[in-house]
Design a protein around this ligand. Structure first.
Ligand SMILES: [Zn+2]
Length: 124
């Protein structure tokens, strides 16, 4: 991949990183909001706890996203960006365009997801 394409994906990743960290801040604010304001008025504390856990879990998901972006940026730096981590083939740029953090090409992603035993969408 040439320098200008790498630069393009780098700015995509940085934009996504900025968005994700904003979400994290919102999620944390939401979690804090629950404990600070609503507790006094809310009788059903078990519902409160569930909401709080949901907010924290959203934070975890966003944290994972940030870690993925971080790794993708590192791969750009090391010159390994856009290469499938499983088979070493170039990842289709349209795929990277849609998922700039992609570590695998579409074929390997399918195999990995199948191996993870996610049979929810399986038609077999
Ligand atoms: Zn592959």
């Amino acid at each position: 991949m040439d320098e200008s394409r790498l630069e393009h994906f780098r700015s995509l990743l940085i934009a996504q990183l900025r968005q994700s960290t904003e979400h994290i801040r919102e999620d944390q604010a939401a979690a804090l909001d629950f404990s600070d304001n609503d507790v006094k008025d809310t009788v059903d504390l078990s519902v409160m706890d569930v909401n709080k856990e949901l907010a924290l879990r959203l934070g975890e998901r966003e944290s994972k996203m940030v870690a993925d972006i971080d790794q993708a940026l590192l791969r750009i730096k090391e010159g390994a960006y856009g290469v499938c981590a499983r088979c070493g083939q170039q990842i289709d740029e349209r795929r990277l365009e849609a998922v700039p953090t992609a570590r695998y090409d579409a074929a390997c992603q399918t195999i990995i997801e199948a191996a993870n035993g996610d049979d929810e969408h399986s038609s077999l």
